[in-house]
Design a protein around this ligand. Structure first.
Ligand code: SF4
Ligand code: SF4
Ligand code: FES
Length: 268
């Protein structure tokens, strides 16, 4: 394949002790993506360059990084989307602790995922089936497109600037909680947890998370805002609050608790 042009890259090299941007030059070819350029550097210039990836197809969510300062999937970002003759900067996600080079420790997300009480469906109907309205399922289907790239978590200022990765669910897990709350079969009421443990109130609806989502999930408008409204209705509407206090909740009766196996690490 004929080389079309050379591209300049500035790639972060370092670990938790510190690091710096290093300059590289690669030959480009039609269809090349930033992950190809990183692999080219790894193959021909820097075998020790650390990068996490799996599918190279935008499906696994592993190759998240910041390209020219913007959270993106390296495998879905064409080299031609940047101006020629200007270096392309590739740095690790800033919100998570660095392990090496472009690889970050995203385990705070896995700890957050473990805190969410799991889906608990109501019993099947007499004929052994569950029935749901298609429109109810269509509404939550969008959230299931998430590939757990954590680019939304990376960009959210609550996590990025205030270091709340262990305290605030963040956009990825707020849509998971919204999907459970909206699920027509689910029987658990997680709204108190959404308010007190997952701290939905920290979100000020800036929509930065929605802008970076490679799956184009409308995180804020379709997930977080309805979730906030449901919590506000239950806890800050006086009439709903009284109903909730005496009936246990207008829609779902069983109050959810954090899973016992929660593994909490300190952060502030
Ligand atoms: S809308 Fe909320 S969750 Fe999304 S980036 Fe802004 S503060 Fe974070
Ligand atoms: S919601 Fe979008 S940006 Fe966030 S983890 Fe899922 S796919 Fe990635
Ligand atoms: S390598 Fe799987 S999403 Fe990029």
């Amino acid at each position: 394949m004929a080389a079309e042009r050379k591209a300049q890259l500035k790639v972060y090299r370092g670990d938790k002790e510190g690091g710096e941007l290093k300059d590289y030059e690669v030959e480009t070819y039609p269809g090349m993506v930033v992950l190809d350029a990183i692999h080219d550097i790894q193959a021909k210039q820097e075998p020790s360059l650390a990068v996490r990836w799996n599918c190279k197809a935008g499906r696994c969510g592993s190759c998240s990084a910041e390209i020219n300062g913007k959270p993106k999937l390296m495998c879905m970002t064409r080299m031609t989307s940047f101006p020629e003759n200007e270096p392309i900067t590739v740095t690790p996600m800033k919100s998570f602790p660095i392990i090496k080079d472009l690889v970050t420790d995203v385990s705070s997300n896995f700890r957050m995922a473990k805190k969410i009480p799991a889906f608990r469906p109501r019993p099947k109907e007499a004929d052994g089936t569950w029935r749901m309205q298609q429109e109810d399922i269509d509404r939550i289907q969008e959230f299931r497109k998430c590939i757990e790239c954590f680019l939304c978590q990376d960009t959210c200022h609550v996590i990025r600037d205030h270091g709340k990765a262990e305290d605030f669910a963040g956009p990825r897990f707020l849509i998971a909680l919204a999907g459970l709350d909206m699920h027509p079969l689910d029987t658990l009421d997680r709204r108190e947890l959404v308010k007190d443990e997952f701290k939905v109130g920290y979100c000020n609806i800036t929509r930065c998370c929605t802008e970076v989502c490679p799956e184009h999930i409308n995180i804020t408008d379709n997930g977080i805002i309805p979730m906030k409204e449901r919590v506000a209705d239950d806890y800050f509407d006086p009439l709903r609050w009284v109903i909730r206090k005496f009936t246990g909740g207008p829609e779902k009766k069983e109050k959810a608790h954090l899973p016992v196996l929660q593994e909490k690490t300190g952060s502030k």
